[in-house]
Design a protein around this ligand. Structure first.
Ligand SMILES: Cc1cc2nc3c(=O)[nH]c(=O)nc-3n(C[C@H](O)[C@H](O)[C@H](O)COP(=O)(O)OP(=O)(O)OC[C@H]3O[C@@H](n4cnc5c(N)ncnc54)[C@H](O)[C@@H]3O)c2cc1C
Length: 461
């Protein structure tokens, strides 16, 4: 890596250092290589994939995800990423949107009718047992109001009120809020409808459920997340001439005269380059940039961004307790349950591996393993008749305290652009301005935006 002047050189000779090997950094590196740049990616940990990773379970040898990650068919940037790194066939995407929702033993289903365009949920919605006819009409009015809200207006007015306030203003009662709106918002935004911004809620519904029926189809990985997102990306980067440096973190980014001079690593080494893309978490950006830079408004806004936890519970039963790939529950501490044996073939013998995903898990994140095991084994027996006659042979909780950033009222305006005031520093990360919540799609899109902004900037030099 050199620090010579970048002007008048073709892209291929121009070196970019990408900091951080989560999906945003990997996506940026992939796009830069496609655009003909030389790339070196540095990552603190020994493996790639960031917050979407898996680890090898010592006892069973299987890959266990840090948390169930789902995506939708409308997440085209993430899907393109998977295609490019040649693993799209390692995922499963529904042929049409279909979710089973159980409340107090009564099962309902929301599903797409492909020929109805944006109204694709309507037939199943009218059969949905967890709302009265009157509540369904109210909910329909809410959906229509969302559909008719224009994107520009969202950022201006609606981002400062909570989704709950907006829903109340649009005729929703607490039952519709609990039984339909929060059912989707809780996992999609990893937060309760009472906390999140109305604008973010509307964006989620507009993108995921109120467009083309095929957009709403749910996708999951058939293999562990590191095998899906990380290792094939490493192979892609190396095969396209990029370099990787794993296992040492960035200590500081040294800036002089509005340019990054070099990056100092935790092992004491220094990395110089023409241009950098930082794909570090926002809280790390605040630590590694010089104080004078962090105090500038562009970066100081990051202090306003908060994070939310996800707790994931892996239970291995000695016999199958569920047939579905996944199911959602209302009126239960269990939110969504995934059948990992079916999705990833990770059962042991005749048993079944299931995963309980607890979003916005503040009330569980400090619980002991014993308490979680006791409470949730009991609740699962209440929810699944077959679980009453099955034994939990193993239990593993994975706590991610900073799983996602929070989509609180006002957060949207604190998310900075990929182009920074430092002339040779671009940034990526799900938290940068993408118009999307804290998701893999946002991370991948941010990497593409950062790489393309860098390339455009290069073309004008
Ligand atoms: C349990 C859980 C469940 C989730 N479920 C979903 C889901 O269902 N669907 C979905 O779309 N999204 C989901 N997400 C969110 C998704 O994982 C993230 O939005 C996405 O992975 C963020 O990618 P990123 O590259 O922006 O950030 P990160 O993945 O955080 O990447 C940042 C990278 O920088 C590295 N780094 C940190 N400090 C340094 C340093 N000093 N020097 C060098 N490198 C450093 C980190 O190790 C990491 O690799 C979930 C997240 C969690 C934790």
């Amino acid at each position: 890596m050199g620090s010579e002047s970048p002007t008048n050189r073709p892209a291929s000779e121009k070196k970019v250092v990408v900091l951080g090997g989560g999906l945003a950094g990997l996506s940026a590196a992939r796009r830069l290589l496609q655009l003909g740049f030389g790339v070196t990616l540095v990552e603190k940990r020994a493996f790639l994939g960031g917050r979407a990773f898996s680890f090898r379970d010592r006892e069973s040898g299987i890959e266990i995800d840090n948390g169930q990650h789902v995506f939708l068919a409308c997440n085209t940037h993430y899907i393109d990423y998977l295609r490019d790194i040649n693993v799209i066939d390692k995922t499963y995407i529904q042929d049409r949107f279909r979710v089973q929702i159980i409340r107090d033993g009564v099962s309902g289903e929301l599903s797409s009718s492909p020929w109805l365009g944006p109204m694709h949920l309507l037939p199943s919605f009218f059969k949905y047992p967890h709302l009265s006819l009157f509540e369904k009409l109210r909910a329909l009015y809410g959906l229509m109001s969302m559909k008719l809200t224009n994107h520009g207006k969202i950022s201006a007015d609606i981002d400062h009120e909570t989704a709950y306030e907006w829903l109340k203003r649009h005729g929703q009662n607490d039952r519709t809020i609990e039984n339909i709106w929060n059912l989707f918002i809780l996992p999609a935004l990893n937060d309760n409808v009472r906390s999140v911004s109305a604008g973010e809620m509307i964006r989620v519904f507009q993108e995921a459920l109120l467009k083309n029926p095929s957009d709403s189809r749910i996708g999951v990985a058939k293999i562990g997340l590191t095998s899906l997102n990380g290792e094939p990306a490493q192979a892609y980067i190396e095969a396209h001439g990029g370099n990787l440096s794993l296992g040492t973190g960035v200590k500081s980014i040294c800036v002089k005269d509005s340019r990054v001079q070099h990056v100092e690593m935790q092992d004491g080494s220094k990395i110089a380059s023409d241009v950098f893309i930082s794909a570090l978490p926002f809280e790390v950006m605040l630590e590694v940039l010089p104080e004078t830079i962090v105090n500038q408004k562009f970066f100081s806004r990051l202090h306003f961004i908060e994070t939310a936890p996800i707790v994931g519970l892996n239970l291995w039963y000695n016999k199958p307790i569920m047939d579905q790939a996944f199911v959602a529950f209302l009126n239960s501490s269990v939110q969504w349950v995934f059948n990992k044996s079916l999705i990833q073939g990770s059962g042991v013998g005749t048993g079944q591996h299931v995963y309980i995903s607890l979003s916005a898990a503040w009330e569980h994140v400090n619980d002991s393993k014993e308490k979680l095991r006791g409470n949730f084994t009991e609740e699962m027996a209440r929810l699944f008749p077959a679980a009453r006659h099955a034994k939990v042979t193993r239990f593993l909780a994975v706590k991610e305290r900073q799983a996602t950033f929070r989509s609180l009222p006002g957060t949207y305006q604190h998310r900075p652009n990929q182009i920074t005031p430092i002339s040779n520093l671009f940034q990526a990360g799900d938290w940068t301005q993408t118009g999307l919540p804290s998701t893999m799609e946002s991370a991948v899109l941010s990497g593409v935006l950062a790489a393309e902004a860098l390339a455009k900037n290069h073309a004008h030099r």
